[in-house]
Design a protein around this ligand. Structure first.
Ligand code: ADP
Length: 505
């Protein structure tokens, strides 16, 4: 069930070479910030502790930067933009290919660092590094096709040209659940397009982002093109949003914070791309291939301990297959190996923090009080800390908390339904619209689902849809803009139209 086992990733998996570490995380653990090509600490010397969520052990500290340091980073990025935006495309593409290679060459230490700060199983971490590298390669290729247009002119004396240009300095704010690949989806198109970047990784998982800074520097990106700042989200986010020099902000995180940033973007009319929360339905029809549905359910539910924005939040299972599906889901869930992500064979690591565990506990309490039945799991794991038992619960109903809120934990909530229309109506009954999954062998129904499901990503007979070639992004309150695909570059390019007149004279 690990991401790296998926056929979509096998291409990248083949390129990964495992090698013993020469020292701690291959020298990629950076405890300072990258600002204007220099590694520096917070102005006041304060730091933030970074803990390993599996052991609670202190991994190290990072600078607790704020407004002043962020302004410096923006200034450096604005200064670097002048040359970078006008550099040869072949130069930028060459550096991106070097970055891709450096990521794969360092896959093992990067994956170990990611597991150490985030908790996910090492196999999933390796998959994340590999797909991050693949995004960099994709955008290095895609920018070579970022064509403009010559438009037919209404009069003979004119020529009309549509050209594309980098938007400017980009602010990139990333979450803790995919601290490496979320940065890849933003850095890749920004750097390819000719933009410079000020990135703020999540405070729980800053080391993966700082390692990107180190690799960018090592492969030769010019000073100020990539800046990585850690510290107060409010202060750093505030400085990014307030600066007229930052022309675009790309954010992955909660809908709540996304709305704050959209409001803040109004003052300087910034472009924004938002990858926000989800509440994915997973619909299993009576005609589904049960083996495939269970495989997809495990991938879509339990990847990263249920802490992804495309994780299944609500299973809707048709009455005729419901009991068989639940029995198989129970067995598969109970077979998951829970442990420290760095140990061989671990499939479920710890959750990121105590707040995440408490949220899942509260949702289970709410559901059981309203009549849900726990089939397996349901409580904290005997391992302690933030480990939680992978849980399956049946008898879910629309008045339970998880019907409308994102669980973000290893809890499978199973609803029963009778007819197709009821499942689609229930699936759409949320303000979110990121990922939806369905298992059926009825081709007519597949197209009805495509028409009627209000979701930006739809997986039919698969629980994993993310791939660099396709646009990733949500509808409704799940966000705006796309990452990946040819669309993933569009948000980083401005379109200009030039009219050349007087050509007859
Ligand atoms: P999550 O629940 O996934 O942590 P958040 O939306 O809280 O989602 O955080 C996602 C990212 O946004 C993190 O890097 C976090 O530090 C940052 N963030 C949180 N609050 C703000 C804010 N007010 N302004 C800018 N960034 C913020």
């Amino acid at each position: 069930m690990q991401a790296v086992d998926d056929p979509l990733l096998s291409d990248f998996q083949a390129q990964i070479t495992e090698r013993p570490l020469m020292n701690s995380f291959g020298g990629l653990l950076q405890t300072s910030n990258l600002i204007g090509g220099k590694w520096r600490d917070a102005n006041d010397g304060t730091t933030i502790d970074v803990l390993n969520p599996a052991s609670g052990v202190l991994l190290g500290t990072v600078p607790n930067c704020g407004e002043g340091e962020t302004r410096l980073a923006i200034e450096a990025a604005a200064e670097a933009f002048a040359d970078w935006s006008r550099s040869n495309m072949s130069f930028r593409v060459g550096l991106l290919h070097k970055l891709h290679d450096a990521l794969l060459d360092n896959c093992e230490p990067l994956a170990q660092l990611l597991t150490a700060e985030q908790g996910k199983p090492l196999a999933e971490a390796r998959g994340e590094i590999a797909i991050g590298a693949a995004y960099i390669r994709w955008f290095a290729e895609e920018v070579r096709r970022a064509k403009g247009e010559i438009v037919p002119a209404p009069t003979a004396d004119r020529r009309l040209m549509v050209t594309r240009h980098p938007v400017g300095v980009v602010g990139a704010i990333t979450p803790w659940n995919f601290p490496s690949s979320m940065l890849a989806r933003k850095l890749g198109p920004a750097l390819a397009a000719g933009c410079t970047v000020v990135a703020k990784p999540a405070s729980a998982t800053p080391y993966s982002g700082l390692a990107w800074g180190k690799l960018c520097q090592d492969v030769g990106f010019p000073e100020g093109v990539v800046n990585i700042v850690t510290g107060s989200a409010h202060a750093i986010g505030g400085a990014i949003m307030a600066s007229p020099d930052v022309r675009k902000v790309t954010f992955t995180g909660s809908t709540e914070i996304g709305k704050v940033l959209i409001r803040q973007s109004a003052d300087s009319v910034k472009k924004v791309s938002m990858e926000l929360g989800g509440n994915a339905p997973f619909i299993v029809f009576d005609d589904a291939d049960l083996d495939a549905a269970i495989e997809g359910a495990m991938i879509s539910k339990y990847r990263n301990m249920g802490q992804t924005c495309v994780c299944t939040n609500r299973f809707y299972v048709q009455a005729g297959i419901h009991d068989k599906f639940v029995a198989r889901l129970k067995d598969a869930t109970e077979a998951l190996k829970v442990g420290d992500g760095s140990e061989d064979g671990t499939q479920q690591g710890p959750m990121i923090d105590e707040a995440g565990v408490k949220k899942v506990e509260a949702m289970i309490a709410d559901a059981t009080a309203k009549g849900a039945h726990i089939v397996t799991g349901g409580k904290r794991h005997a391992k302690g800390g933030t480990f939680f038992e992978p849980t399956v619960l049946t008898g879910a109903t629309s008045d339970m908390q998880f019907a409308t809120e994102e669980i973000f934990g290893p809890l499978s909530a199973v609803f029963r339904f009778e007819v197709e229309d009821a499942a689609i109506t229930a699936a759409n009954a949320t303000e979110f619209g990121l990922a939806a999954y369905a298992y059926t062998r009825d081709i007519g129904r597949v197209f009805r689902l495509n028409d009627q499901l209000e979701y930006g990503l739809i997986g039919i007979n698969t629980g994993l849809v993310t791939t660099v070639e396709a646009p990733f992004g949500g509808l409704k309150e799940s966000g705006m803009g796309k990452e990946g695909g040819s669309q993933g570059l569009d948000d980083y390019l401005e379109t200009k139209y030039m009219c050349v007149a007087g050509l007859d004279g």
